[in-house]
Design a protein around this ligand. Structure first.
Ligand SMILES: Cc1cc2nc3c(=O)[nH]c(=O)nc-3n(C[C@H](O)[C@H](O)[C@H](O)COP(=O)(O)OP(=O)(O)OC[C@H]3O[C@@H](n4cnc5c(N)ncnc54)[C@H](O)[C@@H]3O)c2cc1C
Length: 548
């Protein structure tokens, strides 16, 4: 067990007013993306009263932004073993084979349930599901909707199903702060801050017999990300404050081609799917020269991290913030038909891919790690579950295979409902009398933190760059703010950033999406997981667990 050096001390809880009101429910689900809504619907089937709380509006998570699709064995020539193989190759030795087996074997049934619920996936003229292939998959197994609008359709179908059920209570504009625990350590509710009018306004508490974290990713820890603004790692930070273990947090997948434009939000960047490169678009630098040919045998279609790293190098050499995708030769008709989503948001920024080069750069895309769970979504704290991107179930290892994340949300949310359906202890009393008043960072550290993370803990890392970022985090961690939404989020970002930098510093090898310039190869002795948590004195603690 070690204390990673040069990192800020972290709060054991967020400073907030005492809860002014209290509610109770059977199961509290935090988050309303694919994972949270799927968990809520399955819990209802098992007769539980469910309350879903979500930070802004129901549809504001990553789910609705997903483009490519959902991977599942639905074609006659495909097998779960083949899907498992591809998943484990992408995970570079760190996948948990039992979790992968669950994912690939139960995935098809979960996708069929989604279809029965009303999700309309693209179909062939004969009515069969249209299955495509994405990077890393050796079979056609990706279901998609509206061409490149899969997430929007999944979110729409789940949203409608939840609205139809009067026993699912949805509370929007509710930011969950901290976990409540009983004297025996069991999770028994949460504190939250609700924006709105009425009796449940301001800071309150929801007591529950089980709590399911489905808070999504943490892309906002970087200065550019494909994730929406709600993806601030709140679930990971909350779980760490409560003493839970998080793992594999250093494995952040960067998407090589996010759309760079001054007219859109500077942090969240729309994705330009690799399918565009698959159809023949290529990358050029400022001088119009192709730079991927010669760097990898697959050129523009090399694995995501290889392309991201190559672009990063060009940006370092040229001092610019973007390279270009050239899709002009594909023709307007084809681009409109095949990529309607991309065409609409590039055009909204006055870039017409049929006539213009598209400015692109890497952006943080997916957190492969998160709150550690077992095969039923149980975390190290009894009564606290996690599913979706906030969780680390073990299916992704050191890198996520494309389109496995929506699937993971569907599969493990259902397993959580199975576990809670079997056994739900009575409501426990939260332990009162915690003398720790907690603290929060000021909201304006967010921009500085994001830039420091991108500089030193982004696509390419080294001991030197990570040390610089750790120093910045320590400086930012000395500042104190007043409790309100932006400050709570900034504090969560600080906690997640500190854990990420600690693990990225310790892991002295390159594996999956963790690239160390000073240790450029995978090393056998690092074949295992780094486990992070916050110790009693607020200092991050880390352990290494070798794979058996
Ligand atoms: C641009 C883009 C394209 C993608 N394409 C694909 C793809 O093609 N296939 C694929 O499989 N995956 C894809 N992914 C990844 C996938 O979309 C996500 O991993 C997945 O949707 C995560 O689902 P989730 O339910 O865990 O979280 P989300 O959908 O992000 O939902 C999280 C929810 O938690 C809420 N929340 C967060 N913090 C709090 C808090 N403190 N209190 C209350 N509520 C909170 C949020 O508001 C949100 O409602 C893509 C992601 C992006 C960003």
């Amino acid at each position: 067990m070690s204390r990673p050096a040069d990192l800020p001390a972290l709060p054991g809880r967020l400073a907030a007013a005492d809860p002014g009101w209290t509610e109770t429910t059977d199961v509290l689900v935090v988050g309303s993306g694919v994972a949270g809504l799927t968990a809520a619907l399955h819990l209802r089937e098992r007769g539980r009263h469910v309350t879903v709380v979500t930070k802004v509006n129901i549809d504001d998570g990553s789910t609705r932004w997903a483009q490519g699709g959902i991977a599942a064995v639905l074609g006659p020539l495909d097998t779960p073993a083949a899907h498992a193989y591809d998943t484990e190759v992408a995970g570079v030795g760190l996948c948990d084979p039992a979790a992968v087996r669950v994912l690939v074997e139960e995935g098809p049934a979960r996708v069929r349930e989604l279809i029965r619920m009303g999700a309309a996936f693209d179909r062939n003229p004969d009515g069969s599901l249209m299955l495509t292939r994405e990077g890393g998959h050796r079979a056609d197994r990706i279901v998609h909707a509206g061409g490149d609008a899969t997430g929007a359709e999944v979110q729409r179908a789940l949203h409608q199903a939840v609205r139809r059920d009067p026993w699912i209570r949805l509370v929007e504009h509710a930011l969950v702060l901290d976990l409540l625990r009983a004297a025996d350590g069991r999770a028994c509710g949460i504190t939250l801050h609700v924006l709105g009018e009425g009796s449940e306004e301001g800071v309150g508490a929801v007591l529950a017999r089980a709590v399911v974290l489905a808070t999504g990713g943490m892309g906002q820890v970087y200065a550019s990300t494909t994730n929406p603004s709600v993806s601030t790692g709140d679930g990971v930070a909350l779980a760490m404050r409560a003493g839970a273990t998080v793992t594999d947090i250093e494995f952040v997948q960067f998407h090589p081609t996010s759309f760079v434009t001054g007219s859109l939000s500077s942090v969240q960047r729309p994705l330009i799917t690799e399918a565009l490169r698959g159809e023949g678009a290529y990358l050029v630098d400022e001088a119009g020269e192709r730079f991927m040919a010669g760097r990898h045998e697959l050129a523009e279609l090399a694995p995501r991290d290889v392309v991201a790293k190559a672009i990063h190098r060009v940006l370092q050499q040229t001092g610019t913030d973007h390279v270009y995708l050239d899709a002009r030769h594909l023709g307007r008709d084809f681009l409109e038909r095949r990529f309607p989503t991309i065409m609409s948001y590039t055009r909204a920024a006055d870039v017409d891919p049929a006539t213009d080069l598209i400015p692109v750069a890497p952006a943080a895309h997916y957190a492969s790690g998160g709150v550690r769970t077992d095969l039923y979504g149980r975390t190290s704290i009894p009564g606290l579950y996690a599913c979706g991107e906030v969780a680390c179930t073990g299916v992704h290892g050191a890198n996520r295979l494309a389109s496995n994340s929506l699937l993971e949300g569907l599969v493990f949310a259902r397993r959580i409902a199975d576990d809670i359906g079997r056994d739900l202890p009575p409501q426990a009393e939260p332990e009162i009398g915690d003398a720790d008043p907690g603290w929060v960072a000021p909201p304006d550290i967010r921009g500085e933190l994001q830039r420091a993370m991108t500089r030193g803990a982004g696509v390419l890392r080294s001991a030197n760059s990570l040390r610089g970022t750790a120093k910045e985090l320590t400086r930012l961690g000395e500042q104190r703010g007043r409790p309100h939404n932006a400050a709570w989020e900034a504090t969560n970002l600080l906690i997640v950033a500190a854990a990420l930098v600690a693990s990225a510093t310790t892991r002295r090898e390159t594996r999956g999406c963790h690239w160390r310039e000073d240790y450029p190869a995978a090393v056998d002795e690092w074949r295992g997981h780094l486990l992070d948590r916050i110790g009693p004195d607020g200092v991050p603690i880390q352990e290494f667990e070798e794979m058996v």
